[in-house]
Design a protein around this ligand. Structure first.
Ligand code: PGA
Length: 298
């Protein structure tokens, strides 16, 4: 069999997503380019790896066998990279991180400091919402993930490294600006802008409203913290975000913080990985850096 590592990489991506289109997007390729390679791989093996039922695709028995083997092969290659790096004196190699969208407001400052100290590290950052970060964590797709609130259903090792207060935001001209101890029931009468399902910020908002038997209702959902921030500034409504996402707007006065009961919601930032994961030297170095320096850098 003359299958190549490249073909196995593409196969693994399609098998993980069960979608040629999503695999192609992840690997920055066109969908036909991925399909051709998978066809060639099936040619080498002499069996189909996927079957199509309606609009969905599924792994065949041969596909499932190959997927298990692929995971072993890529785990061995990763372990080899780790051992080879550790034979060298300098900290170098790749560092793959997934972070929730809100974390993008402070992680660049950390990375700048880290890369100043370790310039040979190649950093790759996957930014998505909480639900997707959890999926990547469960599938062991990154060296480390950064998120608020670690899930109990996964066996993970996690470390708190920073406070993450969530605050209520309004445009400067909003009538609630300047009022004290606004009740949540009063807040619920306003037009609330909320994040998409799967967002950790949304989850925190829902939990807070549930304590007061209030339902979080909105006809405006936005898919990122940045979109929420811009919408608040445009006067579209009020919302809840991590204070770190709006520090500069608060300083400039383009967004105002409302004084609402129960707020700020106290959350923390965590760095996490699966319990039995063997961290690379680069990942261990980044973890140490984060735990020692995050509060000073930020
Ligand atoms: P989010 O996550 O970007 O998915 O809202 C933020 C958080 O969990 O605090």
């Amino acid at each position: 069999m003359h299958m190549t590592l490249r073909q196995l990489t593409l196969f693994k991506a399609v098998a993980e997503h069960l979608s040629f289109t999503r695999a192609a997007a992840e690997l920055c390729l066109t969908q036909p380019a991925v399909s051709i390679q998978i066809k060639q791989l099936e040619g080498h093996i002499g069996m189909s790896l996927f079957e199509q039922v309606g609009k969905r695709i599924f792994l065949t028995d041969a596909g499932r066998e190959l997927f298990v083997t692929c995971e072993e092969i890529f785990a061995r290659i990763e372990a080899l990279e780790i051992s080879l790096n550790e034979l060298q004196d300098t900290i170098k190699g790749s560092l793959k991180l997934s972070v929730v969208t809100t974390a993008t407001y402070f992680t660049p400052f950390l990375f700048k400091n880290f890369l100043q100290r370790y310039p040979d590290v190649h950093l790759s950052l996957h930014v998505t919402n909480r639900k997707n970060v959890l999926g990547r964590l469960a599938n062991n797709q990154d060296d480390l993930v950064i998120m608020g609130q670690v899930p109990e259903h996964l066996h993970v090792t996690s470390h708190k490294f920073l406070d993450n207060p969530l605050i209520v935001l309004a445009p400067p001209e909003h009538p609630l600006v300047g009022q004290s101890n606004i009740s949540l029931a009063r807040l619920a009468q306003e037009r609330l802008l909320i994040r998409e399902v799967g967002s950790g910020t949304r989850m925190a908002m829902e939990r807070c409203f549930a304590i007061y038997d209030l339902e979080l209702e909105s006809n405006i959902e936005l898919g990122s913290s940045e979109a929420i921030k811009q919408a608040v500034m445009a006067g579209l409504g009020i919302s809840v975000l991590s204070q770190q996402a709006v520090n500069s707007e608060l300083a400039a006065g383009t967004i105002k913080k409302l004084d609402v009961e129960n707020f700020p919601l106290k959350r923390q930032w965590y760095v996490a990985h699966l319990n039995n994961k063997k961290l690379s030297l680069v990942a261990r170095t980044f973890l140490d850096f984060l735990l020692t320096n995050a509060r000073n850098v930020l």
